[in-house]
Design a protein around this ligand. Structure first.
Ligand code: FAD
Ligand code: FES
Length: 365
């Protein structure tokens, strides 16, 4: 080890002011030890607004568990933006993300990525993973919420003939349904998988149903699609109102035996749950090192405020789970948009994605 360190020191002296990694990065873009990267190996257009990007990660990546997500960094106009994406490939395979174009970063990824492009990465994380012991499963997904569940199905169904998985997936129309053909083929091939597509704009598998929103405010739709849903370990991922309804339904209707994690319904959210009306009066936010300031409302996350005025803000999940956005507070008070709590001591690390100004705020960035 000490010989390797000595060699690195010599290499550093020879290459100063650049590091050996800078030169390695020119030869092999995945070789940088400073920032985990991946090279795009395949791009598949899934629907009119969704694209799967397969990539080969470089040194430092750890294999993902089915259902986990990773932070992905993309450079747009010279600024690196980070977002989180579920890994849609089966565990044990090279990773892939499936991105739906809805905003600046996702549109750049979904529409602008090509084979050979480099993605900046962070290692996979997240607890939305398959149970440790086999159980009958119900997967409840809508729109792009299918992506982590697709990884679970691809991982579990072909390998475990004893699996018992029911998927209820809601999409607007058949052509908007992600991975539709693959799911139907898997369901044909493996009796352990039952797939129900629910089309909100057209009739689906059950003619008396669909053509309307999947209603989770009562158990009726689930009783029809999956009569034993109360006995299954359930996983749900989709828009906020879909997940809120599912949570309430399970709390009301399925208070039975808990699984090993204590949860009968496990949820993955793509956006934070903010308490309505938590925003206060806002204030002037000063980004000291960047020499920028902006007047913002009390419901605007400090992360958005910084990005709006051109400050390069660290970020990741943008929903209060990964802590990549922690920024030291120099002065002032902030409001947690999830709880309404006002807090802030000098030097405190603030999660800028879920906190807003509560009066004038100074941040050390
Ligand atoms: C754990 C996790 C996993 C995720 N996995 C995926 C994934 O597999 N595929 C994917 O496309 N996105 C996924 N996302 C969302 C992704 O990180 C971005 O938020 C999304 O791509 C929008 O980024 P943007 O910069 O294009 O738009 P922005 O301008 O940043 O966001 C636009 C708005 O859309 C909201 N939003 C985020 N995701 C969705 C959504 N799916 N549907 C509707 N509104 C949304 C955001 O909260 C924001 O208010 C995931 C997010 C998290 C936290
Ligand atoms: S960006 Fe993940 S906690 Fe703020």
């Amino acid at each position: 080890m000490s010989q390797i360190r000595a060699l690195r020191r010599v290499a550093s002296l020879l290459t100063t002011p650049h590091t050996p990694e800078d030169f390695l990065g020119l030869l092999n873009p995945l070789a940088s030890s400073r920032q985990l990267r991946g090279v795009v190996t395949r791009v598949v257009r899934e629907t009119s607004d969704s694209t799967t990007i397969h990539f080969r990660p470089g040194r430092g990546w750890s294999p993902h568990l089915a259902g986990q997500w990773a932070r992905v960094g993309v450079e747009i106009d010279g600024v690196r933006h980070w977002r989180s994406y579920s890994l849609s490939a089966a565990a044990g395979h090279d990773p892939a993300i499936t991105v739906t174009a809805i905003g600046v970063v996702s549109t750049a990824l979904a529409r602008g990525t090509g084979v050979g492009d480099i993605l900046f990465l962070d290692t996979p994380q997240g607890d939305f993973v398959l149970p440790t012991r086999p159980r009958p499963l119900l997967m409840l997904t809508a729109g792009s919420g299918l992506t982590p569940v697709m990884s679970m199905i691809r991982t579990l169904v072909p390998r475990r003939p004893d699996a018992d998985v029911v998927l209820v997936h809601s999409a607007r129309r058949p052509e908007d349904a992600l991975f539709r053909d693959e799911l139907l083929e898997l369901a044909d091939q493996f009796p352990s998988l039952h797939v129900h597509h629910w089309y909100t704009r057209e009739q689906g598998d059950s003619p008396e149903l669909a053509g309307r929103r999947l209603d989770l405010s009562t158990p009726a739709d689930l009783d029809t699609l999956c009569p034993d849903w109360r006995q299954r370990a359930a996983y749900a991922c989709g828009p906020a109102d879909f997940l809120d309804e599912a949570t309430e339904l399970w709390e009301r209707e399925s208070p039975g035996v808990m699984d090993s994690t204590g949860a009968r319904l496990t949820i993955e959210r793509f956006a934070p749950v903010l308490l309505p009306g938590t925003g206060g009066e806002g204030g002037l936010v000063t980004f000291e090192k960047s020499d920028k300031e902006v007047e913002v409302g009390g419901d605007v996350p400090l992360l958005d405020a910084g990005e709006e005025c051109g400050v390069v803000m660290p970020s990741g999940c943008r929903m209060g789970i990964c802590r990549s956005c922690l920024t030291p507070l120099v002065a002032g008070k902030v409001r947690d948009l999830r709880t309404g709590e006002v807090h802030g001591d000098e030097g405190e690390l603030i999660q800028t994605c879920v906190n807003a100004a509560a009066g004038p705020v100074h941040l050390d960035i």
